[in-house]
Design a protein around this ligand. Structure first.
Ligand code: KIV
Ligand code: ZN
Length: 519
């Protein structure tokens, strides 16, 4: 969060690599249009540098980087490039239309990578780096150089090569934890040492780039900042190679919430974090883990009765940041089997219900019973449940029990018990399908002339345990009555909806006229 009294030295540059390191991970490929959309959002939310792709990798990547460069309004647009002249030139070509472009070149510096992967000596790696940085600087003023596998590189060598690339014109020096191996203390130490020992270190911005193989990418990135780095490379939702990169929303909110420990500022409009997360998740088809920090759907949800009670008294009891700060409309007190009466009453008020104490009590008992059968209880479930509760109090015909035999071996059978004006009636009937059997049963128990005009089923909420909502319209003597009912069991909902419509028809009759029974 921006804070006016902080100086430029406390400013942390947010470098987003969702479109490069993020897109590079298996299964996260985005289309050209999706990349443009993601870039537009990143640009709008205050990301300082957008790494838009790897131009030499494919024509598609080249086109995406060029188009993003043309469209970006605020951010620096970077393209990645191996330490090879043709890569540098292609990258320069791709970012040339940006208001501000950057060439980001990298080469491995760890003994293992230099020997096994590159087959180069350390001296060759230094010479190569100097050559490509010089070439990049001939194209553009903003050049980033990265020491791939930096955290497994020898510190003395790292200092030597960093000095050389800065001398050649690198304006940003990135020391990535490519394999997600480092620890916070170690990473901070690397930055402190390199910045102290390299004589021209003040001529470049140092950058962190962490992978999450040990689940420490965010903590390590923040430690790197404490060690003097001032750029964080990260991705939305933490997508990236293997276990992913440091999550942008997490580093930004850690700085925002823990200003006492991280007295820095970023340019990010944090209220856009949730939207950005949803867009990237949809574009990549990578679902966001429910309990993901900041943007997971449970990040601001409370189900336990104790927590809900605390939240209703003071949100700070169980929330360290307000949901609105990250673009979530409000905290959600999810009703479920752990919820208490306090939260239930609060929810009823929120939904606009004014119920008498006994009605609340009945509805609460029914909510708990529903919660035993259904994992999540949504607002629509509560509405269906209370509406039904209120209707029930006036109904002359009430469903007491229903069991249905259905399946491939017909005929389907329904056994039903109804309370009709206080008298119990039971019947068993067959039908052409379970719904037909249920409706036949009602007709047998309460003979009537009403005709079924409409029967519709849909899910009130999502999931296979969703409540089914059934609408039934009955007509008799030129009058039509429609009723709806919801239940996790579609057949029970069907029976209730049918009875609801029948009750409305019957209600038009006088109470002193008995409801006809079967002969
Ligand atoms: O993880 C890494 O080392 C990288 C570099 C290319 C910066 O992604
Ligand atoms: Zn990486």
């Amino acid at each position: 969060m921006t804070s006016p009294q902080k100086s430029e030295k406390d400013r942390v540059i947010i470098f987003d690599t969702t479109l490069r390191d993020g897109e590079q991970c298996p299964g996260a490929t985005m289309t050209f249009e999706e990349k443009l959309h993601v870039a537009e959002i990143l640009d709008g939310m205050g990301v300082d540098v957008i790494e838009a792709g790897f131009p030499i990798a494919s024509d598609g990547d080249f086109e995406a980087v060029s188009e993003i460069a043309r469209r970006a309004k605020n951010a620096v647009i970077a393209g990645l490039s191996r330490a090879q002249p043709k890569d540098i030139d292609r990258c320069a070509e791709a970012v040339k239309h940006a208001r501000r472009g950057r060439i980001h070149t990298f080469i491995a510096t760890s003994p293992l990578h230099m020997k096994v992967k590159l087959g180069m000596t350390p001296e060759q790696v230094i010479d190569n780096s100097v050559a490509v940085v010089t070439r990049a600087r001939n194209h553009i003023d903003d050049v980033e150089w990265s020491a791939e596998d930096g955290t497994r590189s020898e510190l003395d060598f790292l200092c030597r090569i960093v000095e050389a690339v800065i001398k050649a014109g690198a304006t940003t020096v990135n020391i990535p934890d490519t394999v997600g191996y480092t620890t916070a203390e170690e990473y901070a130490h690397i930055f402190r040492t390199v910045r102290e020992r390299v004589p021209n270190s003040d001529k470049a911005v140092f950058s962190v780039h962490c992978h999450n193989d040990l689940g420490m990418a965010v903590a390590n990135s923040l430690a790197g900042i404490q060690g003097g780095a001032r750029q964080i490379e990260c991705t939305i939702n933490g997508i990236g190679e293997r276990a992913g990169n440091a999550a942008l929303e997490e580093v930004v909110m850690a700085i925002n919430v823990r200003q006492d420990r991280f007295p820095y500022r970023t340019n990010i409009d944090t209220t856009m974090l949730t939207h950005a997360s949803k867009v990237v998740s949809a574009a990549t088809s990578f679902p966001v883990q429910y309990n993901k920090a900041i943007v997971g759907r449970n990040a601001f949800a409370h189900e336990s009765g104790i927590h809900q009670d605390g939240m209703l008294k003071n949100a700070q009891t169980y929330e360290i940041m307000r949901p609105e700060t990250v673009g979530v409309k409000q905290t959600s007190l999810v009703l479920g089997k752990h919820s208490g009466r306090h939260a239930f009453v609060h929810k009823l008020q929120e939904l606009g219900y004014k119920l008498a104490d006994n009605q609340i009590e009945d509805a609460f008992v029914r909510m708990k019973a529903l919660a035993d059968r259904k994992k999540d209880i949504y607002d629509e479930d509560i509405e269906a449940l209370v509406d039904q509760e209120m209707a029930l109090q006036h109904d002359r015909i009430k469903l007491v029990s229903l069991s249905v035999v259905a399946g491939t071996r017909g005929p389907q059978r329904a056994t039903m018990k109804l309370d009709v004006d206080g008298t119990m009636r039971t019947e068993e009937t067959e039908g052409n399908g379970p719904v037909d059997a249920v409706f036949n049963c009602i007709k047998a128990l309460v003979p009537h002339e009403a005709r079924l005009e409409l029967y519709q089923v849909h899910a009130v909420t999502q999931g296979t345990d969703a409540q089914a909502e059934v609408s039934v319209r009955l007509s008799q003597d030129g009058r039509s009555m429609t009723a709806r009912a919801a239940d996790p069991d579609t057949l029970v909902a069907s029976a209730k909806a049918y009875l609801g419509a029948l009750n409305k028809l019957v209600m038009k009759q006088r109470r002193d006229i008995p409801i006809a029974a079967a002969q």
